[in-house]
Design a binder for this molecule. Structure first.
Ligand code: ATP
Length: 365
C-alpha cells in the first residue's frame, strides 16, 4: 500500500524537455491512469516514480518519504512491462517463485505464496507447465503473478495490454481491475487509450507535450475538461468545438453564437475575443423550434444510437441521437444544447473558463 506524490517534477534529455513541472498525488490503493498521446511523457513519468529514471528537478514521495534518488530496487514496487518477459526455460511456478527465492525466502514458504497467488489469478492448474506454450492471457497472468508474490507497495504497468487484440484486451482489462479491487494495492498504469483510462481508472492524469493538462476522476474529466486538448482527447466522438468571436462577462450565463443566444453555466471569469463553445455529441438535441440550424453531411449507424455530422455557422458538429430519428442528407435541422453541460474555452491557450459547473474539479497539477 502506498501514497505516491510527485511535486514539480521535470525531466530533460539533453536540450529536450520530456516532462515539465508535474505535480499530482496518487492516493493509497488507487488505480491511477497516466494518459496521453505517444511521446507526451507518460512512460518517463512512470519510470521516474519507479526509480528507473532520475528527475532533473522536483521531488517524488512514496508514503511521505522522498525517494527521488533511491534506486528502483529499494522502492518496494513492481513493474509489469508490455512485453511480459518470462524466463523461457522455467515453468510457470518457477517463474513466479524466482523473485521470492532470490530474496532469500525458503523454498517451502515460496511455494505456499506462489500457490496462494496462483489461486487468486486462476492459474493453479498450470503451475507445472512450461511458459513457452502459454496463451497471451496466461502469460499475462504469470507475469502479474510474479509481480504480486513479492507483495510490493505499488504496481507500475506500462501499456500491459498493448499487445493484445481488442476483444481479449477488454477481458484482461476487466480481470486486472477486478484483481486490483480484491488486493487494493496502489497501481499506476500507462495508456494512450482514453476509453481504457475511463473504464479502468479511479483517477486519470492527462498529459500532452510533457505537461499535465488535468487530473481527476474519469467522470469529472469527461464532463468538465480543463483544456481544449483534454476535451478533444477524451470521448469518442470527441467534444465538438463551436468557434465564435464575442465576449462573456464575469457572472454571465449565455453566449451569442452567430446571433443565437445559448445558455451556458454561469461563468466566474470574463473573456472576450476568440472563444470556443464545447459540447459533447450526446448533449446536442434536434428541435424544430430552434433557429440555430445545421445541415446534415453524414450519418453513422451505431445500433441504438447514430452519429449525425452537421455543418453549422460555427463549424462542423457531431450529434449522438437515437437511431430511430430519421435524417436525410442536406436536411437542415434545428439544434439545441444541454445548457448545464457546456464548456467555454478561450481560443489561444485553450483553457476552459471557470464556471459554477466546473470550478470544483479543475485540477491542473
Ligand atoms: P509512448 O507511448 O510513445 O511511449 P510516452 O508518452 O510514454 O509515449 P515517453 O516515452 O515518456 O512518452 O517519451 C517522452 C519523450 O521523451 C519522447 O519524445 C521520447 O522520444 C523522449 N525520450 C524518452 N526517453 C528518452 C531518452 N532516454 N533519451 C532521449 N529522449 C527520450
Amino acid at each position: 500500500m502506498a501514497q505516491i506524490r510527485i511535486e514539480n517534477v521535470r525531466k530533460e534529455f539533453g536540450a529536450f524537455v520530456a516532462v515539465r513541472s508535474s505535480t499530482f498525488t496518487i492516493e493509497d490503493g488507487e488505480f491511477f491512469m497516466l494518459l496521453g498521446p505517444s511521446g507526451c511523457g507518460k512512460t518517463t513519468t512512470l519510470r521516474m516514480m519507479a526509480g528507473l529514471e532520475l528527475p532533473t528537478s522536483g521531488q517524488i514521495y512514496i508514503d511521505g518519504e522522498e525517494v527521488g534518488m533511491k534506486p528502483a530496487s529499494q522502492r518496494d514496487i513492481a513493474f509489469v512491462f508490455q512485453m511480459f518477459a518470462l524466463y523461457p526455460h522455467m515453468n510457470v511456478g518457477r517463474n513466479m517463485s524466482y523473485p521470492l527465492l532470490s530474496q532469500g525466502m525458503s523454498k517451502s514458504d515460496a511455494q505456499k505464496k506462489v500457490i496462494e497467488v496462483a489461486r487468486i489469478l486462476g492459474i493453479e492448474d498450470i503451475l507445472n507447465k512450461p511458459v513457452g506454450g502459454l496463451s497471451g492471457g496466461d502469460r499475462q497472468r504469470v507475469a502479474l503473478g510474479r509481480a504480486i508474490v513479492r507483495e510490493p507497495k505499488a504496481f507500475f504497468m506500462d501499456e500491459p495490454l498493448g499487445a493484445l487484440d481488442a476483444e481479449f484486451r477488454e477481458h484482461m482489462a476487466e480481470e486486472l481491475r477486478a484483481l486490483h479491487d480484491r488486493m487494493g494495492a496502489t497501481t499506476v498504469y500507462v495508456t494512450h487509450d482514453q476509453l481504457e483510462a475511463l473504464q479502468m481508472g479511479d483517477k486519470i492524469v492527462v498529459m500532452n507535450h510533457g505537461v499535465v493538462e488535468q487530473f481527476g476522476k474519469p467522470q469529472d474529466i469527461y464532463d468538465w475538461p480543463a483544456t481544449k486538448f483534454v476535451a478533444g482527447f477524451i470521448g469518442s466522438p470527441a467534444m465538438n468545438f463551436l468557434d465564435f468571436e464575442g465576449m462573456i462577462g464575469s457572472g454571465a450565463n449565455s453566449v451569442d453564437l452567430s446571433g443565437h443566444k445559448v445558455t451556458v453555466p454561469r461563468t466566474r471569469q470574463g473573456a472576450k475575443g476568440k472563444l470556443t463553445l464545447g459540447v459533447r455529441p450526446e448533449h446536442i438535441h434536434f428541435n424544430d423550434k430552434s433557429e440555430y440550424r445545421g445541415s446534415v453531411i453524414a450519418t453513422e449507424y451505431l445500433g441504438t444510437t447514430q452519429i449525425v455530422t452537421l455543418k453549422t455557422p460555427n463549424g462542423e458538429v457531431k450529434a449522438r441521437v437515437p437511431s430511430h430519428v430519421s435524417v436525410t442528407r442536406d436536411e437542415r435541422i434545428g439544434l439545441e444544447f444541454d445548457a448545464r453541460t457546456l464548456s467555454v474555452f478561450e481560443a489561444d491557450k485553450g483553457h476552459v473558463l471557470v464556471s459554477e459547473a466546473n470550478e470544483g474539479v479543475l485540477n491542473h497539477g
